[in-house]
Design a protein around this ligand. Structure first.
Ligand code: IMP
Ligand code: MG
Length: 184
């Protein structure tokens, strides 16, 4: 398969094959942990969509989808520190097993906030599945229950992750060199 043209010049951190293998393992783990139960996969728009789509197909359980949306970043890579809920879940998740699906756990501000929002819906259980974890940047003490890869403090794009809304469609996870990051 040919790489999209926007791939040019970016260093690949994880290839599509490495991602697929890890996502399959995460799906198997979730399937074991919730054997015989239903789960609601709650994705954080838009970064988690590709991960959720692949993870869901590796989960052999009765599963439904819902989505949340937040704003915490500007157009580029800088964290404003303020998280706002732009869209709540469509359906009640009271009494359900929720798996909050996110692209990356960075400062932890977003997932700490969303954990509180979803807990207010009184779920039966609430777990976090994040494809990537960047612990060096953590401000809020929060850990994921299912983590794909723990990465160094680099700005990454692809497989759903963006820089100013670009690069989400890259099949691999790539690093944006610091020199290419503006102060948007
Ligand atoms: P947190 O609230 O700082 O944990 O940030 C979570 C959000 O920041 C993620 O959902 C991403 O949208 C964004 N983010 C954090 N690090 C990166 C990165 O390296 N690349 C792209 N987006 C990132
Ligand atoms: Mg995001």
């Amino acid at each position: 398969m040919a790489a999209p043209i926007v791939h040019a010049g970016l260093e690949v951190l994880y290839t599509r094959d490495q991602i697929a293998r890890r996502v399959a393992e995460m799906g198997e783990q979730i399937s074991r942990d919730f054997a015989g139960q239903k789960v609601v996969l709650v994705g954080v728009l838009k970064g988690a969509t590709i991960f959720l789509a692949d993870l869901a197909r590796c989960i052999s359980l009765d599963a439904t989808f819902d989505f949340l949306s937040t704003s915490s970043y500007g157009k580029g890579h800088q964290q404003s520190g303020e998280v706002k809920l732009l869209k709540d879940v469509d359906h009640s998740v009271e009494g359900q097993n929720i798996i909050l699906v996110e692209d990356i756990l960075d400062t932890g501000l977003t997932l700490t906030y969303l954990h509180r929002v979803l807990n207010a819906h009184q779920p039966k259980s609430l777990k976090i599945a994040a494809l990537l974890d960047k612990p060096a940047r953590r401000i809020q003490k929060i850990e994921g229950d299912y983590i794909g890869f723990t990465i160094p403090n680099k700005f990454v794009v692809g497989y759903g992750l963006d820089y100013a809304e670009r690069y989400r469609n890259l099949p691999d996870i790539c690093v944006i060199p610091p020199s290419a990051l503006g102060d948007e």
